[in-house]
Design a protein around this ligand. Structure first.
Ligand code: FCB
Length: 402
């Protein structure tokens, strides 16, 4: 059996600046990684990002890999800490750098999906209280406006913020990421502030083009975990808890940004099953980080997003799998879920695999390998994993063989 995806479907991979560029020295993440030397007893990060994949310099080579993948689109991010290293001062050299990067993608026939905020902040911004500052959305919108003015139509789709609720969970609830806060009140406030930031940035990017045909397309990237009661659940409340958690992780945020997104970027990694009011996932198929692989969850999330009546792109989906043993069936099964969702009328327009390269997986350091391409940590040499070929065939033909 085979399924053919729509003609204009976007096929790509996704990365983010801090995770691949290297030497992101004006960011709060760099400062936090560096500060570990003063607190050796602190568990995270397991290592610093350092040179990462050196993609700041090797982006042409990376885009060549996208071409080898038969991709027609790519998702990257630009780094706020580079573009605005001190408050109100934009760095023309860095802006010129990113223009070169974007042109280089375009010249290879890649549509550009660009995230403006992917977890990292400039140090000056974090010194002002980061996302707890009531004016944070204003600062962010100024940066977004500058990006829109400078990059203009070199960017096909602007993505304001990556996974706002994951950021809040890790930085303000769980406290593992900088600024390492554990506070329910701040968690709620920062979510509200990030929603405000999205809304202001949306208006800023649209600018004078607002509601005109040539207005840029602006979206947000949401990680959405599917929740359901476990098969063996005996507690009638499990279903309720699952629906509640699903609402908090999705619709709750969309309510705060209504009308301020033209498209939805969906990041799907896993599903959580609730058993007797606790998360308890099967461990039949997990990735190297222990995340349960459940493609049906992606299908369920896609169907639930239909009600928003906007185009949907899967902006991230992938797995840590150093040995590349599970990546091929993973891609096949996830794309099957996509195909089924499209058949049910979901307006899914593209799929970006996370990730092109093995990269800096935040507090874990470099050990989780998400790349279709392996990166040697000594030489930074890129080599294609077997799944690279598999994905490249799908992208070439837009056909999924089942
Ligand atoms: C997502 C992040 C991305 C990467 C993947 C594995 O939550 O957006 O940067 O770390 O998880």
């Amino acid at each position: 059996m085979k399924y053919t995806f729509p003609k204009d479907f976007a096929w790509g991979t996704a990365t983010s600046a801090h995770q691949i560029e290297g030497n992101n020295i004006n960011s709060d993440w760099w400062e936090w990684e560096d500060s570990k030397k003063y607190f050796p007893q602190r568990e995270f990060p397991l290592e610093s990002s350092g040179i990462a994949c050196d993609s700041y310099n090797r982006y042409e080579e990376d885009f060549d890999l996208c071409v080898d993948l038969n991709n027609n689109a790519v998702r990257i991010s630009v780094e706020w800490a580079r573009i605005e290293p001190t408050q109100g001062n934009f760095d023309e050299k860095e802006i010129a750098h990113y223009k070169k990067v974007l042109k280089s993608a375009r010249s290879r026939g890649l549509k550009t999906f660009v995230t403006l905020h992917h977890f990292t902040n400039p140090i000056w911004f974090s010194n002002l209280g980061g996302w707890t500052n009531i004016n944070a959305p204003i600062y962010f919108a100024k940066y977004a406006k500058k990006c829109a003015k400078e990059f203009n139509d070199l960017i096909d789709v602007y993505l304001t913020i990556n996974e706002p609720q994951v950021y809040v969970y890790m930085s303000y609830f769980h406290g593992i990421w900088p600024p390492n806060k554990v506070s329910a009140v701040l968690s709620l406030w920062v979510q509200i502030n990030l929603a405000r930031a999205n809304n202001k940035a949306y208006n800023a990017i649209k600018g004078n083009h607002f509601k005109k045909d040539d207005a840029p397309t602006v979206g947000i990237v949401k990680n959405i975990v599917w929740y359901e009661a476990s098969n063996s659940s005996k507690n009638p409340l499990d279903k309720l808890v699952a629906s509640f958690l699903y609402f908090i992780g999705g619709d709750f945020f969309f309510l705060m940004i209504r009308n301020k997104f033209d498209i939805i970027g969906l990041n799907y990694y896993f599903t959580n099953r609730i058993n007797n009011l606790k998360t308890k996932n099967p461990d039949d198929v997990v990735n190297d980080l222990g995340w349960w692989i459940y493609p049906k969850g992606l299908y369920n999330v896609l169907l639930s997003l239909k009600k928003y009546n906007v185009e949907i792109y899967i902006t991230e989906n992938g797995l840590a799998d150093e040995k590349d043993e599970k990546r091929i069936p993973f891609i096949r099964d996830m794309l099957e879920s996509c195909a089924k969702a499209i058949d049910k009328g979901v307006n899914l327009k593209g799929y970006f695999h996370w990730s092109l390269l093995d990269n800096y997986e935040w507090h874990h350091g470099f050990w989780p390998c998400f790349g279709l391409v392996k990166v040697d940590r000594e030489t930074l040499k890129r080599s294609k994993r077997p799944s690279f070929k598999y994905y490249s065939e799908i992208c070439k033909t837009s056909e999924l063989k089942l």
